[in-house]
Design a protein around this ligand. Structure first.
Ligand code: DAH
Length: 339
């Protein structure tokens, strides 16, 4: 019996020595100390021993059990430590590794040009005004001297929300809103979205942007209009740019004009961009119609003013040599990230 016990100890000791993972350790425990284990079997067979042998063998068996239990514990903590070490080694962070670059966004070209325009205007003493895109017919047309059935309404294919509510077709209604709320002197620009029921193509979109300008004070003349717009356009297009004023008609200004800039591609000789004209139309303007001033409660005998309006897309296309309006609204990042 003693022999058998010392063989068990020896065998267990070898197996424990060789064990390399927690699973093997558990198998060893079951093999020797489990319900059907080898050492358990010996202890179970003690009843068959003589009275002298029993305490000796019992003590020896217990000693071996303690030995195996302790060795299992030792080996277990040894293996756990090793596993932790291996895990930490794998998880180590190399702070000298190059980082992953996050793609950065950029401002939309329309935003960039608008910011530029706002800067120039603010530098010239203008304030920025904003107003609703869903607008009353009164502000969009009526108060601007465009009564019902006026032919100017046909040129602005209007989205009607209801009989007297429209999506604004121009930023000019902001002239009325500002004059109703502010006494002269007035110097504002009003940028914003406008809507027209146009089919989409390279130069048309049902939504686009305009920037309205309005100056009202005592003694404002056509010379102020010309001087201000010339300074404005030169800040925007460069000091060498050439412009011309051409007579035109708008119901809310009298006299009215359109301003052309010498083509920034060919310099005036005529090319594809200016369609051979040498000039590109960039804005509409004029002296605020006395009727419009009166409608807003401003006495046209005391005050006068000028107004202008231009399209942001047109200017941005010229600035960046973009030949298709649709690019602004499709939000293709390959296009947008070039700015
Ligand atoms: N609202 C006009 C349009 O959309 C542009 C315009 C012309 C605005 C003359 C003005 C102006 O303020 O004086 O076609």
């Amino acid at each position: 019996m003693k022999d058998k016990l010392s063989k068990i100890k020896q065998a267990a000791s070898l197996e424990l020595e060789a064990a390399a993972n927690l699973e093997t350790l558990e198998n060893i425990r079951i093999k020797y100390l489990g319900k059907k284990g080898e050492l358990t079997a010996v202890l179970k067979g003690m009843g068959a021993l003589s009275a002298e042998e029993r305490p000796q063998i019992g003590a020896l068996a217990n000693e071996i059990r303690t030995y195996i239990e302790q060795e299992l514990d030792n080996k277990k903590s040894q293996i756990s430590k090793e596993l932790t070490r291996q895990r930490l080694e794998k998880e180590v962070i190399d702070v000298t590794m190059p980082g992953k670059k996050q793609p950065t966004g950029s401002l939309h070209p329309l935003t960039k040009v608008l910011d530029n325009i706002k800067d120039i205007a603010v530098g010239m003493g203008f304030e920025i005004a904003e107003g609703p895109e869903v607008e009353l017919d009164y502000y969009n047309f009526e108060a601007l001297n465009i009564p019902k059935n006026h032919p100017a309404r046909d040129t602005q294919d209007t989205f009607y929300v209801s009989d007297n509510v429209v999506l604004r077709t121009q930023t000019s209604p902001m002239q009325i809103r500002v004059m109703e709320n502010k006494k002269p002197p007035i110097r504002i620009i009003a940028p914003g979205r406008v809507y027209r029921s146009d089919a989409v193509d390279a130069t048309h979109s049902p939504v686009f942007h305009q920037i309205e300008g309005l100056v009202v004070d005592k003694g404002i003349t056509m010379a102020d209009l010309k001087g201000t717009l010339e300074a404005f356009i030169k800040s925007l297009y460069g000091q060498n740019s050439k412009i011309r004023f051409r007579p035109h008609h708008f119901p809310f200004t009298e006299p009215s004009a359109e301003v052309d800039i010498a083509c920034f591609v060919c310099g005036g000789e005529g090319c594809r961009v200016c369609k051979g004209e040498g000039w590109i139309e960039i804005l509409g303007c004029g002296m605020v119609h006395p009727k419009v001033l009166k409608t807003c409660g401003i006495d046209p005998e005391v005050y006068s003013g000028f107004a202008f309006g231009f399209g942001l897309e047109r200017i941005t296309m010229g600035r960046y040599d973009i030949d298709d309006l649709r690019l602004f609204f499709e939000n293709d990042v390959r296009f947008l990230k070039q700015f």
